[in-house]
Design a protein around this ligand. Sequence first.
Ligand SMILES: [Fe+2]
Length: 274
Amino acid sequence: MQPDQVIRLKQWFESYTRSFMTGEGPIDSPLELKIGHTARVCDNICHLGRSIELTDGQLCLAETIGLFHDLGRFEQYRRYRTFNDRQSTNHAAVGIDVLNQTAVLDTLPADEKATIIDAIRFHNAPRLPANRPPAALLFMRLIRDADKLDIWKVFADCYRYRQRPEPAIVQHLTDLPTWDQKIVKAISEKRTASFQDMKSLNDFKLLQLSWVFGLYYAETAVQAKKRGDLAAIARSLPDHPILRRAIGVITGHLDEAVSADRTRTTVCQQVIGG
Ligand SMILES: [Fe+2]
């Protein structure tokens, strides 16, 4: 891909997303957040891509995946007024439908279009498919890490400035002084917690913290630590020995991933070579 193709796609994205704005603040505000999220995910994916020495063409492909990974959010919100996939529809699938119906990617070579579509399809899946070539997996991994970095930032900012997150974005979970044992157990076993176990806002925070166990790139861990977003989310949880222990497991894992930086970067470069 070439930079001028990315510019054209960004222009298309801007006019497409603008068409969803109603002029009513409370309705448009969650969409504005998604537009900001998209721009930062584009920056994140390019940063991660450069950390593993992608070529300029691969970086353009990565940026396009960042640009379109949440495209389905706009149609999802228009239809259902929520970003909760379980209560509405899979936004990744909606985004792919939009890309196919509008044919906006049809000027790209078929293999590049397929890579973009595949990375979007699996960006929110519980796990990646086993039957994809390493080159395709690379982009799937990049978008998942780039997305997580910004999701952490969005929520950390809310808690830093003591703002309540948009109800549509926290899946309408209530701010109860409780947490789910299954989520705490997953963290103690260094596993990513399950969406279906969330019952309160604290569970939502813990689940997001547990994403550290599913990171692919060392640079993602480096950025997560440097930006302090995980620490800000952790600070917003109740001060309780059970949660302090869980946060300790998360912090320890992040520190290990950061100190293993050099080794993991080498592994990533081997994946590109494959
Ligand atoms: Fe998404």
